[in-house]
Design a protein around this ligand. Structure first.
Ligand code: SF4
Length: 311
C-alpha cells in the first residue's frame, strides 16, 4: 500500500524516529509563519473540518502499524496545523486503543487550544509540542502572520487551561527570529506566558533550512544559549541539528516521487536525502538533477549549505 498521508519514518531532531501523519492536505494552517519549512500557507483558516477523512488516515495507519515498525513516536504534524482536522480525537484514540505500544506526539501551533473540544481531543497524546514565538501583537503579526480571527492572549489562556487538565509532557517551542522576538521586552512577555503554561521544557529553535521568507536569519547556537536564562527555572533545551541516519524502512523506496514527497514537507540537503532514503550521494544527485531539469525542484543556499526544495 502506498501512503498519501503517512510519511517517514524520519529522524527528527526532537522526536527520534518519527512516523509522520499529514492531517490536512497541503499547507492549510491558522498561521503563515515566516520561517515555515513548508513554504507559504496556501489556505489560512480557523475552520475545523475533515480536511482529510479520518477513515483514510486510519486505513493507512492500520496497514503501517500492523507491521510493527520500530519508531519512537507516531507524530501528528506534517504540513499545516493538525488540530484543524476535526477527526483528530478519533484518530489518536484509534492509535492508542489499537496499537497501544506506540506513543503519540502532536506538533501544533496551539492556536485552537482555547476551544474546549480541541483540548479534550488532545488529552490522549503522550507528548504535545506547541509553538509560542511571540506575545506582543506586533511580533505575533511579524513572525506568525495569523488569521485575523486569532488573539494571542486567548491562545496563551488556552494552553494554560490545557496544562491544568493534561498530565502528559508539554514541550513548548519558541522559534527565535533575530531582531523580532529576542528583544528584552518580548523575552519578558514570553517568560510571563511560559510561567502560565508551565511546560515540562522549553525548546529554543531557529532557522536551519530555507523558510517561507528570505529575510529571516538564523540565530547562532551561542545566541540561543544566551537567551536560556530568561526562562529559568524552567528547563531550556537548545535544538541542534542531529545527525540524520538512514531509516531502514525507507531503503530502496527512493523514487523521484518519494523524494518530491520528502521535499514537500522539508527542504533538505543531499546528505539528508541520502540519510533518509538510503541512496548513495551519486544516485541522489542524479535524481535531484533530473527533478531540477524538470523544474520540479530548486536549489537554495542557507549559510554554507545547499538545500533542495519544491520549485
Ligand atoms: S510553521 Fe507550523 S504553524 Fe507556522 S505556518 Fe508552518 S505549519 Fe503553520
Amino acid at each position: 500500500m502506498s501512503y498519501r498521508y503517512l510519511f517517514g519514518p524520519v529522524q527528527s531532531r526532537r522526536l527520534g524516529t518519527s512516523l509522520g501523519i499529514d492531517m490536512v492536505k497541503s499547507t492549510i494552517c491558522s498561521l503563515d509563519c515566516v520561517y515555515c519549512e513548508c513554504g507559504k500557507t496556501s489556505i489560512r483558516t480557523l475552520e475545523r473540518k475533515a480536511w482529510v477523512e479520518a477513515e483514510a488516515i486510519i486505513d493507512e495507519l492500520t496497514d503501517c502499524l500492523q507491521k510493527l515498525p520500530a519508531i519512537d513516536y507516531v507524530t501528528f504534524g506534517g504540513r499545516g496545523e493538525p488540530t484543524l482536522n476535526s477527526g483528530l480525537g478519533r484518530i489518536v484514540r484509534f492509535v492508542k486503543q489499537s496499537f497501544p505500544r506506540y506513543r503519540c506526539a502532536l506538533l501544533t501551533n496551539g492556536t485552537l487550544f482555547h476551544l474546549p473540544e480541541v483540548r479534550e481531543e488532545v488529552l490522549p497524546f503522550d507528548l504535545v509540542l506547541p509553538n509560542l514565538d511571540a506575545v506582543s501583537r506586533g511580533a505575533f503579526a511579524a513572525i506568525n502572520r495569523p488569521d485575523p480571527g486569532l488573539d494571542n492572549e486567548q491562545i496563551i489562556e488556552g494552553l494554560a487551561a490545557f496544562r491544568e487538565a493534561y498530565h502528559g509532557q508539554i514541550w513548548l517551542e519558541i522559534f527565535i527570529v533575530p531582531g523580532i522576538n529576542d528583544t528584552e521586552a518580548e523575552l519578558a512577555l514570553l517568560r510571563e506566558a511560559a510561567a502560565k503554561i508551565r511546560p515540562d521544557r522549553i525548546q529554543l529553535n531557529s532557522l536551519d533550512r530555507p523558510g517561507a521568507c528570505d529575510w529571516v536569519n538564523p540565530a547562532s547556537p551561542e545566541h540561543l544559549e544566551s537567551l536560556a536564562h530568561w526562562f529559568a527555572p524552567l528547563p531550556v533545551e537548545i535544538i541542534t541539528r542531529a545527525a540524520k541516519s538512514a531509516s531502514p524502512w525507507n531503503q530502496g523506496s527512493a523514487s523521484p516521487e518519494a523524494i518530491l514527497s520528502l521535499l514537500a514537507r522539508r527542504p533538505s540537503t543531499i546528505e539528508e536525502i541520502c540519510g533518509l532514503t538510503g541512496l548513495t550521494v551519486n544516485r541522489a544527485t542524479a535524481v535531484i538533477d533530473k527533478l531540477i531539469a524538470d523544474r520540479s525542484v530548486a536549489a537554495q543556499t542557507v549559510g554554507n549549505r545547499t538545500f533542495f526544495r519544491i520549485a
